[in-house]
Design a protein around this ligand. Structure first.
Ligand code: GTP
Length: 400
């Protein structure tokens, strides 16, 4: 973005002392921090009324995935005693990281056009109860996270005015910026901006200003906005300690997180990607209550019945924070990775502040013969989602 600089640069070529902190002058909302993508992929065309059916194979599955594969080696295998010998996940959910490498012929997500403004638009007819106004959110810090397979993402940590949890946005691609992070704060120095991540391009030893004028020593160019690439791929993910950290085969949450990151890291995904990671563990009932629900499930209840027996709603989540975070990240149109019709309507917000242009189905990897894992628990979990929660997945495609 020519001419837009967050900080002051020195035209005389002299280096400033490392803690010299001139006042930032203006605010920028675009940059490029190392574009991972090389191949264009744009919105599919089609009629949501005919296209938005249950999907068993929305992705092109002809080529093996470079991420979350059955063959993915675990660097630190969990102790055997923690894992069921019958249902050990071949790739432990949450331990993989997105791959930019080996993506020569990756399976690309095939989106299904949706339109929540019409009954046949592919997101059901249920109207979620939404607050009239969106919550206020602020990104307080952002940091670059290089991942073990080479893909890079920027982790954005948010605060808000409705709860005291630290919700996160995991941003792939260099063209998505947080307005609240970039906004100049009263009295802050350039070093303050660098430390809280409000800089363009990359940090490097000796960097003193946050603006576009600086270049990394390797000569990497700073690039501008590329909204021309279309809506980014977005996943709204709810925290799941069991599925993401302790290898649970009761749900596919860890696999979904890995798969979302993999899709967003594909070189063809020029529009970038955002995983909104909401701290609403156990569909909003918290970890302790979810563990009680698991015991009830072992006693014979399904996942919905277990929640109801504990006097919780089947799904206690809300998505206003996700809508507000996406707005803060400059988005008005997205492609949403989900099977959950309620999520589509809910994330659009009370006044359709965000419009979901496409839904990209999340088909379990094992259903597509691409690794993943199988267990009676996760199959029961998915069956209940389909039968009781209207999830748009076709159980008939589950391999026997
Ligand atoms: N209460 C309860 N929560 C569960 C159970 N299994 C997983 N979860 C929680 O469900 C949430 C996962 O939901 P998401 O991955 O957002 O999926 P979804 O909204 O159902 O639909 P998709 O977007 O299609 O994946 C996480 O918060 C998990 O902790 C369960 O048996 N009971």
């Amino acid at each position: 973005m020519p001419g837009s600089e967050l900080g002051q640069s020195r035209s005389d070529g002299t280096r400033l002392p490392s803690f010299y902190s001139p006042r930032p002058e203006t605010r920028s909302t675009s940059h490029n921090d190392g574009d991972l993508d090389h191949v264009d992929f744009s919105l599919s065309v089609g009629n949501p009324a005919t296209a938005a059916t249950t999907e068993g194979a929305d992705h092109d599955d002809s080529t093996p995935a470079p991420f979350a594969q059955a063959s993915t080696p675990l660097t630190q295998p969990p102790p055997n005693s923690l894992l069921s010998p019958a249902f050990t996940p071949p790739a432990t959910p949450g331990t993989s990281t997105p791959s930019a490498a080996g993506a020569a012929a990756p399976p690309e997500p095939r989106g299904i056009p949706v339109d929540s403004s019409i009954p046949t638009g592919g997101c059901g007819t249920k109207q979620p109860r939404l607050l009239e106004t969106l919550p206020e959110v602020e990104c307080i810090v952002r940091a670059r996270i290089p991942t073990t397979t080479g893909a890079e993402m920027f982790l954005h940590l948010y605060t808000n005015n409705v709860d005291n949890k630290e919700h996160l946005a995991i941003v792939f691609g260099g063209n998505i910026r947080s307005k609240s992070l970039d906004a100049v704060r009263e009295g802050e120095t350039e070093m303050d901006r660098l430390v809280r991540g409000a800089y363009t391009g990359r940090l490097f030893p000796g960097r003193t200003t946050s603006g576009l004028s600086e270049r990394a020593p390797d000569g990497q160019a700073e690039a501008g906005n590329s909204s021309a690439n279309g809506p980014p791929l977005v996943r709204i993910h709810s925290e799941c300690y069991t599925g993401e950290t302790v290898w649970s085969a009761r749900c596919d949450c860890g696999e979904q997180l890995d798969e979302a990151a993999r899709l967003m890291s594909l070189p063809s995904n020029k529009a970038g990607g955002i995983i909104i990671y909401l701290r609403q563990e156990g569909r909003g009932i918290g970890l302790g209550e979810k563990l009680k629900a698991y015991n009830l499930q072992d006693l014979g209840s399904d996942t919905v019945e277990a929640n109801l027996l504990l006097r919780h709603p089947a799904d206690a989540r809300s998505y206003g924070l996700a809508t507000a975070m996406l707005r803060d990240l400059g988005q008005t149109e997205i492609r949403l990775l989900t099977n959950n019709p309620d999520k589509i309507r809910a994330v659009e917000g009370p006044h359709r502040e965000i419009v979901v242009k496409e839904r990209v189905a999340m088909v379990p990897l094992s259903w597509k013969g691409r690794g993943g894992f199988r267990a009676p628990e996760v199959e029961g979990y998915l069956k209940t989602k389909i039968e009781k929660m209207g999830h748009m997945l076709d159980m008939a495609t589950l391999p026997r």
